[in-house]
Design a protein around this ligand. Structure first.
Ligand SMILES: *Cc1c(COP(=O)(O)O)cnc(C)c1O
Length: 433
């Protein structure tokens, strides 16, 4: 496959380059030059296929020219080593639970897929690959777990000291093996600045092979489209795939963007809802046609606290900036913190279903928007136990921690304390080689 840059000022890249580099030379995001339509027979039989079989068919359409079938199959099957069940919440509204991976959040699939694809493209090279990732919590755990035990790749997670929750922290500090947790005496922006400095440091890059596991990487965002084919198949099995509405709680818009790719491949989804917390940049774009990024606002659904969603450029490019077209099948919704709380309470009382704050945005937006004759599923993007304190305060009852999450908390914490001074990071990395 060939990929172009959304900024239109960089040469076409092949898949390996796009995955290893992440961003194009002109700082644009890579987009596939061609999106293949899948055959009608695939959609007719999709409800009889396993998650892995469906995902492999989709992956083959994107990556089949670049990766031999057996290798691609191994990448897909190894990535999807867990379920993605759909749960009925109430009449016509279903929850696609994307949180059954190792860190209980939907980013696990993208991170695991990217780790395996990077491994495929760099195996046999004499220098190992080093992934640097700055995190305010969730990305670090998904990336660290996704790359855990992947041969030839070391991961350095930079996180702000005292600024991530204890549950999040132990998801990347207790792993060991090829994962190093660097506790930075600073805030998230310092961590991000350190990573940026490292990528721009020619001397360091001559000594070691560096890459990022950023969510804009095609190998992280495209595989998320598997979820939507699978979700459609589950609704079809239930006889509810007609007039299907899909609602995605969104922050950087990578997840919903992958759903739009699925639609371009022929997946019959009638319309989409992009659910947001109080960060309303995309919502406002849908209303006015103007994209005006702003500083992010802190909310209860903090993985969606984004004021300038990086994948907006991909959505805009996919539809050639045609606002009327985009707004014709994507609607927006804003769910503020009060409404998140009220929604978690109401959904539990009425349906006995415990939402996390992100899924609450999805459920609320779906419930307010679903019309007569439509069926819908929303993505439940994280397990409520990941936001235990928030959900317990709202519901006034305990939220059980699943075994997988509890296991992290029993592990031995290992972290390397560093200052926010770039030279300290550089010396540390060089000594590690
Ligand atoms: C990252 C994340 C989101 C937002 O996904 P995007 O692809 O950035 O839109 C939503 N919910 C949870 C729990 C997340 O971790």
């Amino acid at each position: 496959m060939k990929l172009y840059s959304t900024n239109g000022n960089a040469p076409l890249a092949d898949l390996k380059k796009a995955v290893v580099k992440g961003l194009a030379e002109d700082k644009g995001l890579y987009m596939p030059c061609e999106i293949k339509k899948l055959p009608a027979a695939f959609f007719e039989n999709i409800d009889k296929m396993s998650f892995q079989e469906i995902a492999y068919t989709v992956a083959d359409a994107f990556f089949g020219e670049d990766i031999p079938a057996e290798d691609l199959k191994a990448i897909v099957y190894d990535t999807l080593a867990f379920d993605c069940p759909i749960a009925k919440v109430e009449e016509n509204i279903y929850s696609l639970e994307l949180f059954h991976g190792p860190t209980l959040a939907f980013k696990d699939v993208g991170a695991r897929f990217m780790a395996r694809m990077l491994r495929y493209f760099t195996q046999g090279e004499d220098k190992g690959l080093n992934v640097l990732v700055a995190t305010s919590g969730d990305t670090g755990s998904a990336v660290a777990n996704g790359f855990l035990g992947v041969e030839g790749i070391n991961v350095y997670v930079l996180y702000p000291k005292g600024k991530v929750s204890p549950i999040q922290e132990c998801q990347f500090t207790t792993l060991g093996q090829n994962i190093r947790a660097l506790e930075i005496d600073g805030v998230f922006d310092d961590c991000q600045a350190l990573v940026k400095n490292a990528f721009m440091d020619a001397d360091l890059n001559a000594r070691m092979k560096l890459t990022s596991a950023n969510s804009i990487n095609v190998a992280r965002f495209l595989p998320q489209s598997f979820y939507y084919f699978w979700g459609y198949a589950q609704m079809k099995k239930l006889g509810l795939a007609d007039h299907l509405v899909v609602c995605v709680p969104s922050g950087n818009f990578g997840n919903i963007c992958s759903a739009l790719f699925a639609r371009e491949m022929g997946l019959p989804i009638e319309r989409f809802i992009a659910a947001n917390n109080s960060n309303d940049v995309f919502y406002n774009y849908l209303q006015t046609g103007k994209y005006e990024p702003k500083a992010s606002i802190q909310t209860l659904a903090n993985a969606m606290d984004v004021g300038d969603p990086s994948n907006f450029a991909r959505i805009y490019d996919l539809y050639q900036g045609d606002h009327a077209k985009i707004a014709s099948f994507i609607s927006g919704a804003i769910v503020d913190d009060d409404c998140i709380g009220a929604t978690i309470r109401q959904c539990y009382q009425d349906n006995g279903y415990v939402l996390d704050p992100h899924g609450a945005c999805g459920y609320r937006a779906m419930k307010d928007s679903l019309r007569e004759g439509e069926n819908g599923f929303f993505c439940e993007t994280a397990h409520p136990a990941k936001f235990k304190d928030t959900v317990e305060k709202i519901l006034g009852r305990e939220v059980e921690i699943p075994e997988r999450l509890a296991a992290f908390m029993k592990g031995e914490v290992k972290k390397i304390p560093l200052s926010k001074n770039y030279e300290d990071l550089k010396n540390y990395l060089i000594n590690e080689q």
